[in-house]
Design a protein around this ligand. Sequence first.
Ligand code: ASP
Ligand code: MG
Length: 461
Amino acid sequence: MKVIKVGGGCLRNKKTIAEILALLAERARGHIVVVSALSGITDLLIDGMKTCLLDEGAIASVVGRVKNRHMLVARHLMPAGPRLRNYTRDCNRTLTGLERLYYGLNFTREITPRIADVVASYGERLSAQLLSAAMNTNGTKATHRLPEDLGVVTDGKYGDATADVKQTEKQLRQRLRPMMKSGQVLFVPGFYGVSRDGEITTFGRGGSDYAAAVLAAASGAECLEIWKDVDGFLSADPRILPEASLIGELSYDEAAELAYFGAKILHPRTVEPLRAKRLPILIKNTLDPDGTGSRIAAGRRVSSEVVKSVAHTTDIGILKVHASGVGMRRGILGEVAAAVAADGINIKSVVTSQTSISLLLARRDVGPARRALMAMKPRPFRRLGAAETAALVAIVGEGLSRKPGIAARCFTAAAECAVNVEMIAFGPSPVALYFIVKETDLHKAVAAIHRHFFSAPQCLI
Ligand code: ASP
Ligand code: MG
């Protein structure tokens, strides 16, 4: 048995959804299909909370928009008749729950983390309901079950939950097995699970990949397939480098590093539950379902050039905390990190020297993090500096830390096209080397380094 995860990018409109259903009918019988919300719905639900908080009149229109998106697909896929009527009734029932939540937060004038997670979970509830109804109409037996019914157990942390795979395994053993015998397609909403106290808790944005990995690890599946509208991990972003090539095989570490900073192929936490069980992840392109895609599995496969991908992100900002004797002052890192974390800001990475601590943050977090640090009393630093127009390049590959000269080759390639490398982090991960360049230099740097490693002779520009 497999777990197949279908992302929101594949669930854009009635046409793409019809294509996915046809593919699932062919390939998903007897398997579990974990679904994301239809594309854009989670944003709509989350933004809707702010609108509905202050304006009761907006509730009907937000719920109406969510309903229309689903009904449009349903009417396209299901002929008028009892099945469509049943689906409409079920969909309305689900939406009544959503509407009540919006009224609740409008009435209390408060968006608690608890209610926010319940509201956000509706996108996946609705898509699982819609896909299973539509599939049945077309003659393939399908059903859906919610994570709370199957027992996907979490640690209860709202907006950023971690699954308890052992507990989930126990629950699934009793509740899932009987359902998998009949060869039907079982749809399960991704994105959330329930705490031991029964609280709905989401795994964070993009968390359906992780939810699918949890189900794969806990259900005894043979593998996790992630269905997307791209081939898989590439050697660079094809928007910058059209000649970027597909990476056929990756280790868990390589995939996690690439997911974290580079391409949005996979949620970075997806490998966590699978690593212990050594279950492979296969990335499949729904537009080319027989293509090879990328395979992520246990074991290290060092490629001949070592470097597998030159990834990058511009969603990075640096906050420099200037303080003397950083390396000698007990607790300073903790104090600075705690002040930033207390305001709900995530630190992506830290690079320190004796005179400063550089916090790598999402770009939008630089301002708020600066304010959080300025509010510290007493201030454990002299002054702050910020770089909001930086970009991060990540060189990823198993064997990177063991093969001499890789870093030097990267920096030579950058220097030869006059790109200044502003900061380097090498060491914390044996499979990744990060460095920061100016955003305006980014494309040049990625192209030069990629060319250097992937088409050897012309490497010197
Ligand atoms: N629908 C959720 C989100 O947009 C989870 C997911 O799609 O992975 O963040
Ligand atoms: Mg996603």
